[in-house]
Design a protein around this ligand. Sequence first.
Ligand SMILES: NC(=O)c1ccc[n+]([C@@H]2O[C@H](COP(=O)([O-])OP(=O)(O)OC[C@H]3O[C@@H](n4cnc5c(N)ncnc54)[C@H](O)[C@@H]3O)[C@@H](O)[C@H]2O)c1
Length: 511
Amino acid sequence: MPARLDPPIVLIGFMGAGKSTAAEGLAAALGAEALDVDRLIEERIGKPIERIFAEDGEPAFRDAEERITLELLEARRSPVLALGGGAVAHSRVRAALAGHLVLWLDIPVDIAWERVRGSGRPLAGDRTSFARRHAEREPLYMSVADVVVPAERSGDAAAILEAARGMPAETKLLWAAAESGEHPVHIGRGLLGRHRHWPAGVDGRRFLVTDANVAPLYRGVIDPVAAQVTIVPGEQSKTVAHADIVWNELAKAGMSRGDVVVALGGGVVGDLAGFCAATYQRGVRYVQVPTTLVAQVDSAYGGKTGVDLPEAKNYVGAYHQPAAVLVDPGLLETLPDAELAAGYAEVVKTALIAGGALWESVRAGADPASPQTVAACALTKLRIVERDERDAGLRQVLNLGHTVGHALETVTGYARYRHGEAVGLGLLAALRLSGLGELRDEVAELLARHGLPTTLDGVDPDAVVLATARDKKRVGEGPVPFVLLERPGRPVAGCAVEPRELIAAVRELAR
Ligand SMILES: NC(=O)c1ccc[n+]([C@@H]2O[C@H](COP(=O)([O-])OP(=O)(O)OC[C@H]3O[C@@H](n4cnc5c(N)ncnc54)[C@H](O)[C@@H]3O)[C@@H](O)[C@H]2O)c1
């Protein structure tokens, strides 16, 4: 591959993320050499970083770090530059990153700690301050990153570069990597509306699945299409009967293994079209193009596809990762207020699971439909899926609020509450069961402010409790495991809940 010197690639990330090694891998893919800023600082000052810290103090190191990083960024001499972990803390460095392709190697704090503890690095001595620094830096990395790559699965440098080089300005690329494979997630206002972006490498004819509300608004953002299947909008279409219609339409239109299904719509279209793609000819590729807030912050990621049965929600389905996800928050401008509100419940759920900067911004009133919030929610989910694609443990935390939420949807025949509305009510029950009364009140206020219901109206709470027994997470005849919260950022899956506590938490909603 010929060397591509423009724009230069800059690697950022916390200590232990493996920036130097990744920089060498990227540079090799470009036939060039990488520069490591920490090594250059050591050369210039004439001693290792540990000694600079010990003999001159951290402020002296930071001064040198800022000066030398700025110099290297401005010189644009190297096609691949690995910055020190703290370089993005300097506002002048963040400003100087404009015009570079900034790639954040994202590493979970526990893994970073395992990699560097006992290494003698100056800031890797104490677990608590290490974690605090990690949490402080995360929003800085996210704010400047063009591309976010999970540090543990940063394998396919050429594919990441191909996806990154083709993306429009002002968009972010989150590299989704899980056990079953990797794919790009492009997020940015104008990505589809203005740019009509299509991911590099996803070839074949496009078979569009959408619904009757979305089709007239956005059919044109995917062009060209070989055929279009349009379903009736709403949860009532997420059935085996509708999957049957889609399979048959695809077959009649001549779709083959080399083609690709495009799911353009909300979570219903995404789940149904994804399920059809997972099963049609034993599995074809599909691209998620989410157009609701629920889908942009949650359902388009992670590869869970499926349909409902009258008995219970999402009871038939398959894990099938998309080939790409294209997210344009600009498409949310036509979304009715009630649908935006339903998506807000998923934003609050995700923020409670993530804790840290995302929760702080949501509780402070951040716009849930902004590209920043959408990307932060997407990243939260992708990180979890990366570590547990098939729901063996960790992924279950994403079901916070869903046990009661799904039961509520089932007993009301999927017609009374939007999915997000039911999740909002389920969150309130989960927070009560978690013993977090104050947080429950705060969340209820946030939900109410966004026009979401915080009480059950005309629904028998005891029927809801009975329906929780059909939750898919239940094993055999055992109790239904709940996801509870210790505090924002600390969800715990698999919790046993006393029946009387569950009854009280659901009845409280009916007051
Ligand atoms: N697979 C997963 O991991 C996952 C996660 C969360 C939710 N879900 C599923 O998602 C579904 C809910 O998704 P949803 O809330 O997006 O519902 P939805 O797909 O029914 O969309 C809601 C409504 O908005 C309309 N709409 C969509 N985009 C629009 C736009 N840009 N402008 C105007 N109208 C638009 C739709 O036609 C529909 O009437 C549920 O079935 C839920 O189980 C799946």
